[in-house]
Design a protein. Structure first.
Lengths: 736, 76
């Protein structure tokens, strides 16, 4: 009689999806393990309200659906870092069915310290003993069976980079939730004193705060009360002085002093150390490892910095030079053949002229604008992931920290700032390597002061018009001005907006490892896709908006009467004290908000009214177009390759002189003076970041707040700097 | 008393006391920097700060300012 019922319940349990939280130390290969398990099913988002990445995936194992949730990598579940709080809140409040604890087999003791804390939660745990191959190579002998007995949970050796042990791991996960599973984490014994306090607290909580006993795992709560964990105390509405904890831990404090938190950390490490001694046999003779050999060179007192700079030069070059031909190809294809096809098609359908212009210039132009960033974002993400995955990022931070720390930044801030010279957009995305929210925000705020490649055409135009004799000097002065101002603004922000202790620098230097191709591909693809979808929508809307500004009222002959021209005329007086208070310059600056190089294009349209139209031959046919796209793509690939290997300079920073620029240059020469021209360049260097950078800010921080700060300070800074230069220059007699 | 920042590369000591308090103290302890633990200074960064140490068989880097708060029994 009982059978059908029991079978039904069992079936119900077995069809429900298993929620698996994946926890582990940073550098334990957790990310690679998730990638190996999930592959392309991985979904990358953010934890609500914070900038910490959240990865999820759903997969099937023997007809059961398994939902993986990747927790941030943490060393502990203490209440001090964002990552740790996210991880523990999820574990305590969302109660996953199973925890997969990824443990680095080459670094057992420190990894088991987290395991000990995970076992306290009363949730079935499966230990993935990862990087098992490396441990074996080092001659480590790990008694997996003894480990299972000591912990009371299943332990599965894995090599995530080679997908070894993934099946066993999933098997253990489903096994852990099966009825009658023997996967019951053992309550590790913290020693007589602590255990007595825990027992008393458990009983007291059950009696006096039954609601709390419902809400939290009982042993975990008792341990947290012993520790005096302020996060839990606040959340549970228990003040420190609550008699509950006081009674129970009073004698502990007498015996061990006030600092029970340290006592608990000590107790947990003793457990981890004891476990390690029990299960691990290390070879007696320690061999010099590869990591040590590499570090002898890479972190060498004299070679460290030159090697770092060379590595950075290479990353910069690879990111921007390798993607540049593809950017040009995309740009050419979209603005050339593709636009032509749409024009033809719309002409065929008798679309009105304004609609054709809106679609080709506004919409396609906007889409093209988004697309051209994609190769750079892909390339940047690829190299950043490589640097992090290989272990060099930590070394870079180690080498550069002293210099960056003086600005209130972190050693890892250097790389995003450097990428800023190529393009601020990937640079903002690259701040994700900074774990601390304060470091990350401050770094992002300073990035726009790094003069990006898009500002270069403006400099080239103006230096060409006024300073052709000292062009190099003038260019150099602008880049240096950006850097010097970044240092000053950094110091200023450190004392104002980011007052207080700068975050500590306690960073693991993980062994060098070859990141798996799969991990690289997944991270690169995810970021690129994210950018396309999320940033794409914003940028497209702005592009359409600017089209309206430029072309409305429809049919304006004189650009001065367009909305953009009117807006330019309206704000022109603001720029008068800077030496360029005319509608032409201000309109160009407004349009430059899309991307700073557009300043030049807009000036061209405004100043050079009759842009000499080249006599065009018969339009190429559809098939000729297709062939052209194909051959030019192949040529791009070749160029990307040769850019990397043949040139020693940086190809992407060379601004080409386009045809028709000579006319513009001579007009500029007449409407600006050398002094106002220089002030204008400084203004372009410093004024608000472009729309795409704004979107990157919003995207990376989940709020407009930091972009708002950048917008305000840069506007003030740009105006003041240009004012000082123009007025100061006039006083010094450099002419108006 | 000796502190960690005073050691030269290659020298080691045993931790006697951790002067830091609050989050920093907990962070150090979570990373295995505990009283009684043996600690070796491996390298000093090219610009003089931070330093690289070995503790519990893995490599960690921290700034000298933090290292000054970690007091040692001199063992060399």
């Amino acid at each position: 009689m009982m059978m059908p019922n029991a079978a039904r319940t069992l079936a119900a349990v077995e069809t429900a999806s298993i929620r698996v939280a994946v926890a582990g130390n940073p550098n334990s290969g957790k990310s690679t393990l998730i990638n190996s398990l999930a592959g392309t099913r991985l979904h990358v988002g953010n934890w609500p309200g914070v900038t910490v990445e959240k990865k999820e995936a759903t997969l099937d194992h023997r007809g059961r659906s398994i939902a993986l949730i990747d927790l941030p990598g943490t060393y502990s579940l203490s209440p001090y870092t964002e990552e740790e709080i996210i991880a523990r809140d999820f574990l305590v409040h969302d109660r996953p069915d199973v925890i997969v604890d990824v443990v680095d087999a080459t670094n057992l003791e420190r990894n088991l310290y987290l395991t000990v804390q995970l076992l306290e939660l009363g949730i079935p745990v499966v230990v993935a003993l990862n990087i098992y191959d490396e441990a074996e190579k080092k001659g480590y002998k790990i008694d997996v069976r003894a480990m299972e007995i000591a912990l009371g949970v299943k332990v599965v050796p894995t090599v995530a980079t080679r997908k070894t042990g993934m099946g066993d791991l999933l098997e253990a996960v489903t096994g852990a939730t099966a009825k009658g599973s023997r996967n019951v984490p053992r309550s590790l014994n913290y020693g007589e004193d602590i255990e007595a306090a825990v027992q008393k607290l458990t009983a007291d909580v059950a009696r006096r705060h039954p609601a709390l006993a419902e809400k939290y795992p009982e042993r975990w709560l008792a341990l947290k009360l012993v520790e005096g964990d302020h996060h839990v105390l606040a959340e549970a509405n228990l003040s420190d002085a609550d008699s509950l904890a006081k009674d129970a831990v009073g004698h502990l404090k007498e015996a061990h002093g006030e600092d029970l938190e340290s006592l608990m950390a000590d107790a947990r490490y003793s457990l981890a150390a004891g476990l390690t001694r029990e299960v691990l046999k290390r070879p007696a003779v320690k061999t010099t490892e590869l990591t040590e050999k590499i570090d002898r060179v890479v972190l060498n007192r004299f070679l460290g910095i030159p090697i770092f700079l060379a590595a950075m030069w290479l990353v910069f070059k690879l990111t921007f030079d390798m993607s540049k031909p593809f950017v040009d190809w995309l740009d050419g294809t979209i603005n050339g053949p593709f636009t032509r096809w749409v024009e033809t098609l719309m002409g065929f359908l008798h679309g009105p002229e304004w609609l054709v212009s809106l679609v080709t210039k506004g919409v396609i132009g906007g889409v093209g604008f988004v697309l051209v960033f994609v190769p750079v974002i892909f390339a940047m993400m690829f190299f950043i992931t490589f640097l992090e995955g290989s272990g060099y990022m930590a070394r870079a931070a180690f080498v550069m920290d002293r210099a960056m720390h003086s600005m209130g930044l972190h050693g890892k801030s250097f790389i995003p700032m450097l990428l800023g010279f190529g393009c601020n957009v990937p640079a903002i995305y690259a701040t994700r390597t900074l774990e601390n929210p304060r470091d990350k925000a401050l770094t992002a705020l300073l990035i726009p002061l790094m003069s990006c490649g898009a500002r270069l055409p403006v400099y080239v135009l103006f230096t060409g018009a006024f300073f052709s004799a000292q062009a190099g000097m003038v260019l150099w002065s602008l880049y240096v001005m950006g850097i010097v101002l970044a240092v000053l603004v950094g110091v200023l922000f450190k004392r104002t907006l980011f007052r207080g202790e700068s975050p500590v620098f306690i960073m693991e230097l993980p062994p060098y490892r070859m990141p798996s191709g799969r991990s690289l591909a997944i991270h690169t693809w995810e970021k690129g896709k994210h950018f396309l979808v999320k940033a794409g929508t914003y940028i497209l809307s702005v592009s359409v908006l600017v089209w309206f500004l430029l072309n409305l009222p429809w049919g304006v002959e004189n650009k001065k009467d367009s909305f953009l021209g009117k807006a330019g005329s309206a704000i022109a007086p603001v720029f008068a004290p800077l030496g360029f208070g005319n509608w032409e310059a201000s309109s160009s600056l407004i349009a430059g908000v899309i991307a700073k190089e557009i300043v030049v294009g807009t000036m061209g349209e405004i100043y050079v009214k009759e842009i000499e139209k080249k006599p065009e031959g018969p339009a190429p046919t559809f098939f000729e177009d297709l062939r052209e796209i194909g051959t030019s793509f192949a040529a791009s690939g070749k160029e990307a390759f040769s850019n990397v290997f043949s040139t020693f300079g940086i190809a992407s920073l060379k601004a080409e002189e386009k045809e028709g620029r000579a006319t513009l240059r001579s007009v500029i020469g007449k409407t600006f003076t050398p002094l106002s021209g220089y002030a204008f360049m400084v203004f372009v260097l410093l004024y608000m970041p472009c729309v795409v950078t704004a979107v990157a800010f919003r995207h990376e921080f989940g709020t407009w707040k930091w972009f708002g700060v950048a917008f305000v300070y840069q506007t003030v800074l740009a105006w003041s700097a240009a004012f000082v230069i123009y007025q100061g220059g006039k006083l010094l007699g450099f002419g108006g | 008393m000796m502190n960690l920042a005073m050691l030269k590369p290659g020298e080691k000591g045993r931790i006697a006391k951790i002067g830091a308090i609050g989050p920093l103290r907990r962070r150090l302890m979570d990373m295995g920097v505990l009283v009684g633990e043996e600690i070796t200074v491996e390298k000093i960064a090219p610009l003089g700060d931070p330093i690289e140490i070995t503790v519990k068989n893995y490599n960690l880097s921290l700034r000298k300012k933090e290292a000054e708060g970690i007091l040692l029994e001199a063992t060399r």
